[in-house]
Design a protein around this ligand. Structure first.
Ligand code: PHB
Length: 402
């Protein structure tokens, strides 16, 4: 487990690791006057993938979160922010230990994570058991804001249902009636293709085959051969990160993109276009973001992100940025006192954020209500085509929160 602690405050001591850092932090508050102690830094645990197929996604969420905090002078709601980072490697089997370490040993005040749905569900369980404030900046596992919804759990990204559902109508309306799906065999893949299928079959379309391979495998050849044999009107897929790069390139290299259009939720082309190159040209996807959204928040965000990182922002960076914005709303409502938990949560639930993605608010299960855009890859960007579904709310099936 990568584990870094960046000490806040007086002197910048740089990066410390493990117990040494924790010990330093434990001593520091006793040296302060009570008034200052009240304002001890808020400790944010960033549990994200910094290695593996989702490494870039985790890094961009991290950068987006930090950018927002920097723009607020290192403070949210008047509270200085300090970070502890954990590399979850997108490994569900290590997730409970990683989360327990953040909450138990590091005593973080809030956890921000993660990308992978399976890892996120283990985090949700610990957060529910310990009443830890958890902000999910990507993972779409429907259950996190469904049956496992809780007052202390927020999501600033999407449910897996959300970006894929509108594509069912887009593809059907394009006159494509027989579609094959292909994805990784885990919650995000099953729920994304499931949401597409729900809407596509409702319109009258037919799913001719549902293909899967284990996460995070990228040996697509046998399945591409199968697609060539099946000759569906189109293919719908969920892949992301390194896997999306390889899938889109392999699909084009096999020549399939010339006869069988490839669709997907926008993760297929977001944050990966540079690596995909020509292979992604003309692809249409649906997502809660487009690179060229013409609103002041997006323009300012992209410029600031570029200035900070020298890289182009994407949806993952936006979700990190908005996670900090949501925490800011909560801390502002309580003057930085996160122990006033009920009031803080109430403010977060009612937050209306002017996000780079457009207007962002939350439903009763604490999942975003947001526009889903149809985009097309042009000029190396995911460019806005239309609003595929305005202010789409997730059904929050199974959530019993009032
Ligand atoms: C997920 O596992 O929920 C997931 C991962 C990567 C994405 C989207 C969803 O881009």
């Amino acid at each position: 487990m990568t584990h870094r602690i960046l000490l806040p405050g007086l002197t910048r001591r740089g990066l410390l690791t493990g117990a040494a850092g924790a010990a330093t932090l434990a001593v520091a508050p006793q040296l302060r006057s009570p008034a200052v102690a009240q304002k001890a830094p808020l400790k944010v645990g960033l549990m994200l993938p910094y290695t593996g197929t989702y490494a870039k996604l985790g890094q961009f969420i991290d950068n987006g979160f930090r950018l927002y905090v920097e723009q607020k002078g290192g403070k949210l709601g008047g509270r200085e922010i300090t970070f502890v980072q954990v590399d979850d490697e997108s490994k569900p089997e290590a997730a409970t230990d990683n989360m327990n370490r953040l909450v138990g040993r590091e005593k973080v005040d809030v956890v921000v994570g993660t990308v992978h749905s399976g890892v996120a569900m283990a985090m949700v369980k610990v957060a529910r058991d310990n009443n830890t404030l958890l902000i999910i900046p990507n993972a779409g596992a429907n259950d996190a804001t469904g049956p496992q919804c809780a007052a202390n759990i927020f999501r600033t990204s999407f449910s897996n249902w959300q970006p894929s559902y509108p594509m069912g109508k887009v593809v059907f309306d394009a006159g494509l009636k027989n579609v094959a799906t292909i994805t990784w065999r885990y919650a995000a893949g099953a729920e994304s293709t499931g949401a597409f299928k729900e809407n596509f079959t409702k319109q009258g379309g037919k799913i001719v085959e549902e293909m899967t391979l284990p996460f995070p495998e990228v040996e697509f050849q046998a399945l591409l051969t199968r697609i060539a044999t099946l000759k569906p009107d189109a293919v719908f897929s969920f892949f992301a990160g390194g896997g999306a790069v390889k899938f889109v390139k392999d699909y084009a290299a096999a020549g399939l993109n010339k006869t069988i259009p490839l669709y997907g939720s926008g993760f297929l082309t977001d944050g990966v276009l540079e690596a995909q190159g020509e292979a992604a040209n003309g692809m249409k996807t649906t997502l809660h973001y487009a690179d060229n959204l013409d609103n002041p928040a997006n323009k300012a965000f992209l410029a600031a992100f570029k200035a900070k990182t020298k890289m182009d922002g994407d949806i993952y960076a936006v979700q990190g940025f908005d996670s900090a914005a949501l925490l800011d709303v909560g801390l502002n409502a309580v003057g930085g006192d996160d122990k006033a938990r009920d009031k803080m949560i109430d403010a977060m639930a009612k937050a209306k954020i002017d996000s780079p993605r457009g207007p962002l608010s939350f439903n009763k299960a604490h999942n975003p209500i947001q526009h889903i855009y149809l985009r097309e890859v042009r000029n190396g960007r995911n460019e806005f085509v239309s609003i595929a579904h305005e202010s789409l709310d997730d059904p929050a099936r199974g959530c019993r929160m009032a």
